[in-house]
Write a protein that binds this ligand. Structure first.
Ligand SMILES: NC(=O)c1ccc[n+]([C@@H]2O[C@H](COP(=O)([O-])OP(=O)(O)OC[C@H]3O[C@@H](n4cnc5c(N)ncnc54)[C@H](OP(=O)(O)O)[C@@H]3O)[C@@H](O)[C@H]2O)c1
Length: 260
């Protein structure tokens, strides 16, 4: 079912993980894509997969952008408008996972907030006139860590709680323009993010599988597709009366007691 047919989506963090998976899923739904990231090799691979799923090369734009740089974000949005003339859907998936709390330096704190919070603020600011015109949708990739506190992840959890608050406030501010703003809050999803972090966790398949059973009542880690499908639902008219929602995609983690 091509339920995003003729829509135009910007996806940040599209070179890897949840952003990449969302791009590939959107490709199957007929959506033109602006894939935003810093890693052009990664973006090219994702674009090739989107073409395999049926998108024409002309329906894909690759934009080399550091989302923490306001001018680069503004140029990226201008580039998208220049090519596609509109923006219907914005998926803010660029982000980091950093382990740390009170023992962390203020530089670590600032970095996490710069990437996970300020970049979404900057992207939303840049796309607002365009989604207001198209009565579009914004979906922010938050985390289950915003809903449940996790020892060792204080700064990360705070950054995602800020994303949830931004989502709700922006939903109210843009509702009169018929723009919907929602977040998804994933649990542990198998992506390259675990290889990039400073966490003390082991990320072998075996260990991830144990963690999945421990933390998620559904007894497994999530896959990128689990999140991509929830994002597509919120982006589509199927979710047309939903705004300001923070949707857990976490196998029930947010309603469960702490793992023993
Ligand atoms: N995986 C999980 O278990 C999980 C759970 C809850 C929430 N999340 C959230 O989901 C989002 C996506 O994570 P993921 O698991 O898909 O991780 P990932 O595979 O590491 O992907 C992260 C993406 O963010 C991009 N990015 C990071 N900093 C950027 C910057 N300054 N400018 C432009 N792009 C930047 C990366 O692009 P480059 O290639 O350019 O670095 C990459 O495409 C993050 O916000 C994360 O916090 C993940």
């Amino acid at each position: 079912m091509n339920f995003l047919f003729e829509k135009v989506a910007i996806i940040t963090g599209a070179s890897s993980g949840i952003g990449a998976g969302t791009a590939v899923h959107f490709a199957t739904l007929g959506c033109s894509l602006a894939l935003v990231g810093r890693n052009m090799e990664g973006l090219k691979k994702v674009a090739a997969e989107c073409e395999e799923r049926g998108l024409e090369a002309d329906q894909i734009l690759l934009v080399n952008t550091d989302v923490t740089r306001e001018h680069q974000v503004e140029s990226a949005v201008a580039e998208v408008i220049n090519k596609f003339h509109k923006i219907d859907i914005v998926v803010n998936s660029a982000g980091c996972l950093t382990y740390g709390g009170l023992e962390s330096t203020s530089e670590v704190f600032d970095d996490v907030f710069q990437i996970n919070v300020k970049s979404i603020f900057t992207v939303c600011k840049a796309v607002e006139p365009h989604v207001s015109k198209s009565k579009g949708v914004i979906i922010n990739v938050s985390s289950a860590c915003s809903l449940r506190a996790s020892p060792g992840l204080m700064i990360y959890g705070m950054s995602k709680a800020a994303v949830d608050h931004m989502t709700k406030t922006l939903a109210l501010e843009l509702a009169p323009k018929q723009v919907r703003v929602n977040a998804v809050n994933p649990g542990i999803i198998r992506t390259p993010i675990y290889e990039k972090t400073n966490t003390p966790w082991e990320t072998t398949e075996e260990k991830m599988s144990i963690e999945g059973k421990k933390w998620h009542p559904l007894g497994r880690v999530g896959q990128v597709d689990d999140v991509a499908k929830a994002i597509a639902f919120l982006a589509s008219d199927e979710g047309g009366f939903i705004t300001g929602e923070t949707l857990p995609v976490d196998g029930g983690r947010h309603i469960s007691l702490p793992a023993m």
